[in-house]
Structures are given as structure tokens and as C-alpha cells.
Design a protein around this ligand. Structure first.
Ligand code: NAP
Length: 331
């Protein structure tokens, strides 16, 4: 048979083939549940793939399954890299740190991304992230908006709908530790600003973006919590309280939005970003000493976990907290 290139497949054909390669054998119904496509759409795509020789149809008793043909399997290495192809993702707080790494990881995996951030002075940083993401051939929208306010979230929602035409993945990553953060000096202003950004903001974005997800019966929501939300931080009570709140918000929203939307949380330990560096050298020395892996984590390590959790590889995971901390919270 004459060699054909994967590019001859549409995004949805490619996605179906990719999942058949991963799972080996699936029915049209199973595929439609994992991918969030309608049953009719999946059946039409499967018929085309069978006709093109990428997929074979099998009858087992009364049931019909699909498997990749040996020709279809040849494309295994390439689809593995682009497992978010065609998905539309919003990442809050993506101008730097963990959010930036997540946006770039998603773009590399094929997703269109919205880069959100708050400060005017970080316009150039956000545009640099956008330039880097565009190298992966995906659509990129840059949106400066304060997600701790309803107006900010509305602006982000509108920019997403206009720029990408919809949403499949929401990553609630934006977070702050507003000074003064220690319990003796913490002001009402600092308390409210931290809670408004880390907890209320994450809830507001969820409320806006979950609606189109529910309508299309498909979506992934990921919260970036923190191990401090469980173990308690001695010098940042508002931050710690906001992160414990996020962990329970994850469970509440996972129940509210089931069965079509997966809602999960990542709890990073100490990751090498501006937020951690702002705590000072002594803090960093201490936490490295308390981490069995004896180092800070990298934003890229968190981003790889995020890509897994919003992908179809994690289709049956919801309401979960995944800790990534080099063993820091082991006691
Ligand atoms: P970072 O480097 O300080 O970056 C924070 C990001 O959030 C920036 O892009 C910032 O935008 C954005 N942001 C802040 N307030 C916002 C608002 N109201 N609206 C929109 N965007 C806003 O922080 P990071 O270390 O990457 O942390 C990211 C997330 O991981 C946070 O939720 C944090 O709590 C969590 N986390 C971090 C660690 C760690 O060790 N670093 C550990 C556990 C959890 P600007 O650039 O415009 O300021």
C-alpha cells in the first residue's frame, strides 16, 4: 500500500485514531464518551477511517468494536505528542511561572490557548509566552483580565469565545500571596485580596466557563491548589486557607458537573517560580532540606501532570487531588 501521511486526516479523525491506538479496541459509544463527540459524529468518523484503511471494524458477539489497522498503528509516535490537538484551553495566570509552563505544554500538545494575566507591566511577558506558543501552530489569545472580579472574568470569557469559539479546558492557576501575609500583620485588605484571587476568582471562572462545557457535554477543569492547603503554612494563613478551600471546591464542583466534566486539583509542593523566590533564600533552603528529593520542582514538571489530567488519558478521574512535591508532604 502506498504510504500516506497523518496530515491527510482531519483533527477529529486524528483524535479518534489516536485513542484507538491508546486503548487498542473501543466501541463507538465508548469513543463518544471519552472524546465528548456525539455518537453519530463518532460513527461517521469511524466509517471514514475504515474506508481510508487506518481502522478495522470487528464484530464480537452482538457488539461492534474498532481497532487501529497495522497501517494506522504506524502513526503511534506522532499522535502521542499531540494528545490535546483541537482542544481549546484557558489558563489563568499564564504570564509566568507554573501557568506559563502549562500554556506552553498544552500548545505543544496541540491545544489552542488563552494566556491570561493581571498586571499591565507584564504585557511583554504575556506576549512572549504567546509568541512561543504560536510556534506549535496553534491559535493563541492574550487576555489581560483580573479574575478576582466579575468584570475581569466576563472579559476573559468574551475574549475566549471570540478568539477560540468555545472552551474545552479551564485551568484555574492564577494565585497570589498578598503581603503582609504573616498572621500578626495580615490586614483585612490582604486577606480579602488573597481569598478573592485564589478562591472566589477560581469559582467565578468555573461558573462562567462550565456553562458552555455543560452545553457541549464535555469539559475539563483543573485547579492549582497547594500542599500548604493540607499541611498548613506557618507564615501565610490567608493563602493556606484559600488553598484548603480550593481542595474542597474541587470535590464540590466535581459532583455538580458530573458526568460530563472532569474536575481535579493539582497540589504542587515548592516549585521554582517568582512566588517561591519572593519568600527568600532562607525559606527556600528550609523547604529543600525538608523535601526528600532535595530540590525545588520545576514548572514544567507541574505542566506535564496538568496535560495528563485534562486529557482523555484521565477520563475516569474526577474530584481528585494529585500531589506533586518531591515527597515534601510525606511525614
Ligand atoms: P507566579 O509566578 O507568581 O505567577 C502568578 C500568575 O498569576 C501570574 O501570571 C499573575 O499575573 C497571575 N495572577 C495573579 N493574580 C491574578 C488575577 N487577579 N487575575 C489574573 N491573573 C492573576 O506564581 P506561581 O508560583 O506560578 O503559582 C501559580 C499557582 O500555583 C498559584 O495558584 C500558586 O498558589 C500555586 N502554587 C505555587 C507553588 C510554588 O511553589 N510556586 C506551590 C503550590 C501552589 P501577572 O504576571 O500579571 O502578575
Amino acid at each position: 500500500m502506498k504510504a500516506r501521511h497523518i496530515d491527510t486526516l482531519s483533527k477529529s479523525e486524528y483524535s479518534v485514531l489516536f485513542h484507538l491506538i491508546n486503548y487498542n479496541r473501543l466501541s463507538a459509544l465508548e469513543l463518544s464518551r471519552i472524546l465528548g463527540y456525539s455518537r453519530q459524529n463518532v460513527s461517521a468518523i469511524l466509517s471514514r477511517l475504515v474506508k481510508k484503511g487506518y481502522v478495522v471494524r470487528l464484530r464480537v458477539g452482538k457488539r461492534v468494536f474498532y481497532e487501529p489497522s497495522s497501517y494506522g498503528r504506524e502513526y503511534k509516535p506522532y499522535p502521542y505528542k499531540r494528545f490535546l490537538l483541537g482542544k481549546r484551553a484557558v489558563i489563568t495566570g499564564a504570564s509566568r511561572g507554573i501557568g506559563k509552563a502549562i500554556a506552553l505544554e498544552f500548545a505543544e500538545k496541540g491545544a489552542d490557548v488563552v494566556i491570561n494575566y493581571r498586571q499591565v507591566k507584564h504585557d511583554p511577558l504575556a506576549h512572549e509566552v504567546a509568541q512561543e506558543a504560536k510556534k506549535y501552530g496553534v491559535k493563541v489569545v492574550v487576555c489581560r483580565a483580573d479574575i478576582s472580579t466579575e468584570n475581569g472574568v466576563k472579559k476573559l470569557y468574551q475574549a475566549t469565545m471570540e478568539g477560540l469559539g468555545g472552551i474545552d479546558i479551564l485551568v484555574n492557576n492564577a494565585g497570589i500571596i498578598e503581603p503582609p501575609a504573616d498572621w500578626l500583620n495580615l490586614t483585612r485588605h490582604a486577606w480579602l485580596k488573597t481569598i478573592d484571587t485564589n478562591l472566589y476568582g477560581a469559582f467565578l471562572t468555573t461558573r462562567y466557563f462550565a456553562k458552555p462545557m455543560l452545553k457541549q457535554r464535555y469539559g475539563k477543569i483543573l485547579y492549582i491548589a497547594s500542599v500548604w492547603g493540607t499541611v498548613g503554612s506557618a507564615n501565610a494563613p490567608a493563602y493556606t486557607a484559600s488553598k484548603s478551600g480550593i481542595l474542597n471546591l474541587t470535590k464540590a464542583m466535581a459532583k455538580e458537573l458530573a458526568p460530563y466534566i472532569n474536575v481535579n486539583a493539582i497540589s504542587p509542593g515548592n516549585i521554582d517560580t517568582d512566588l517561591t523566590r519572593a519568600a527568600g533564600e532562607e525559606f527556600i533552603r528550609d523547604v529543600i532540606e525538608q523535601t526528600p528529593f532535595k530540590r525545588l520542582g520545576t514548572p514544567k514538571e507541574v505542566a506535564k501532570l496538568a496535560a495528563f489530567l485534562v486529557s482523555s488519558h484521565a477520563s475516569f478521574i474526577t474530584g481528585a487531588e494529585v500531589v506533586i512535591d518531591g515527597g515534601f508532604s510525606l511525614r
